[in-house]
Design a protein around this ligand. Structure first.
Ligand code: 5GP
Ligand code: SF4
Ligand code: MG
Length: 462
């Protein structure tokens, strides 16, 4: 998962990119970068770490110009290495380009082997660099023509924000797996912004115009705005953006994430009711669905678990010394609140099952009489090839166990998931035509093409 941002025609382009990335920080916490364009020069700041740590006043002052793009990264393809931090940049025949990518290409390995056979030199392990290499091999004065031709070779998930030819370019793959939305600064009709989610617009006082369409290449430059569409295929927006990835204050393809999660919780209560005393969420990701569950069931809603928001990724867990330390760092039950209660605990998803296991034990220790786990998505039993870092199939608990077996294994009185139909209805899908549901239905819109492993020297910066 990653977040992308871009802004055209604003004197504080870099500062606003920084704010936009700050609002998109939940989409990736490993590294971040901003590239600005001033006259004929691109300026880049890219570092490992969180947005607020990277972009000091001094660094932002080194990013001049009225055009900028930014990226927050969570590694899905290529290693978590400095050379893979985005936006990626390169200089080729037509000058410097910068590109920020959310998603995963399913044929990147194959294309890389082909390009290398043709003499291409790669500076990163990122699948995104394949797009730059393909672009550099196209011979046409028009950037849209070059880009269209390059992207015709590429299959997979890509929401892109680019700087090329002094223009801001936004692209969404023909399936529209990952979100991308267009807006403009309020009161400044010629200042355009693009972002992964609308919550980035709210912070900088921009307004949403519309989502970038699946298969659209939008070029904003000089005095032109040009939109070109590649041939359409079935729209396959990732349904997990609604379940978990996106912020609830965002809208995706004009559907409110908050409303969708409320409906998921309501539907979950209809499908899997429980005779219980209280509904509590696993914060933060389970909060809105838990509210929906409480509304529908008429049960009281309580914040039974309190989250510590300052848990850093660098914290070292002491070995063996304290049981369940990992989740205790993050969550703690309110003393007394759950004693003797029959508790419904709502979370957005179960992946490996380790979180719910620890939470059930924590709630038992807090004196809960019964614990019923309710999950606002179907069991995840397959990997994602489209930009989400899900583990291998055998690490997914639902690929090995039924919900009842999971309940037994984690010591819950029951475990139940929202049905696929219930989830689709909650996001307002007319049929299963409009969303990707592959990681729980096995219906993969695109298959990944893997290359046999190659014995080569690798470069790792330390
Ligand atoms: P697990 O079952 O592996 O312990 O973790 C499930 C929890 O991890 C959920 O509460 C969810 O909020 C969170 N989570 C973190 N990363 C991901 C992800 O990539 N996909 C999903 N579905 N949930 C994730
Ligand atoms: Fe989203 Fe799952 Fe499809 Fe990946 S496989 S894009 S996580 S719905
Ligand atoms: Mg969670």
């Amino acid at each position: 998962m990653c977040g992308v941002f871009g802004i055209f025609n604003h004197p504080e382009a870099a500062n606003l990119s920084y704010l936009g990335l700050h609002a998109l920080q939940h989409r990736g916490q490993e590294s971040a970068g901003v590239v600005s364009c001033d006259k004929d020069t691109l300026h880049a700041v890219r570092k490992m770490g969180l947005v607020s740590d990277i972009f000091t006043e001094r660094r932002l002052a080194r990013l001049p110009g009225k055009l900028a793009i930014g990226h927050v990264r969570y590694t899905t393809s290529g290693g978590s290495l400095p050379k893979n931090i985005q936006p990626l940049t390169a200089e080729y025949r037509e000058g410097a380009v910068a590109i920020a990518h959310n998603g995963n290409l399913v044929n990147a390995e194959q294309l890389r082997v082909e390009l290398e056979a043709d003499g291409a030199i790669f500076a990163s392990n990122s699948d995104t660099e394949v797009i730059i290499q393909l672009l550099a091999r196209r011979n046409d004065p028009d950037i849209v023509t070059r880009l269209r031709s390059a992207l015709s070779r590429v299959r997979g998930a890509y929401s892109l924000v680019m700087i090329a030819d002094g223009k801001l370019i936004a692209v969404r793959d023909p399936h529209g797996f990952r979100p991308l939305v267009l807006g403009r600064m309020k009161g400044q009709p010629d200042t355009y912004v693009v972002a992964s989610e609308t919550c980035a617009f709210d912070l900088i006082a921009a307004e949403r115009i519309r989502d970038i369409e699946p298969g659209e290449i939008l070029v904003i430059g000089g005095d032109e705005i040009r939109s070109v569409m590649v041939p359409r295929v079935a729209r396959r927006a990732c349904i997990f953006e609604h379940v978990y990835f996106a912020r609830p204050d965002s809208s995706l393809d004009d559907v409110s994430v908050y409303n969708a999660r409320i409906k998921m919780g309501r539907q979950l209560a209809l499908e899997s009711p429980v005779d219980a005393d209280v509904v509590i969420p696993v914060p933060d990701s389970g909060v809105v669905a838990a509210m929906g569950y409480a509304h529908q069931s008429g049960l009281p809603f309580e914040m039974g678990l309190i989250r510590n928001h300052y848990v850093g990724r660098t914290f070292i867990e002491p070995k063996d010394s304290i049981r369940h330390f990992g989740v205790k760092l993050k969550l703690n039950p309110v003393p007394g609140l759950l004693t003797g209660k029959r508790v419904v605990v709502v979370d957005d998803s179960i992946v490996r099952g380790t979180t719910s296991n620890k939470i059930v034990k924590m709630l038992r220790d807090a004196g809960a009489a019964e614990i019923h786990v309710r999950v606002s998505s179907p069991p995840i039993n397959g990997p994602c090839f489209y930009g989400i870092d899900t583990p291998n199939r055998d690490e997914l608990v639902a690929s090995r166990k039924s919900p009842d077996e999971v309940a037994k294994a984690i010591g819950a009185d029951s475990v139940a998931h929202l049905s696929a139909e219930g989830l689709l209805a909650s996001v307002g899908a007319g049929g299963d035509e409009t969303y990707c549901t592959a990681c729980f239905t096995g219906e993969y819109p695109l298959r990944i093409t893997r290359q046999p492993p190659r014995r080569q020297l690798r470069l790792v910066e330390v």
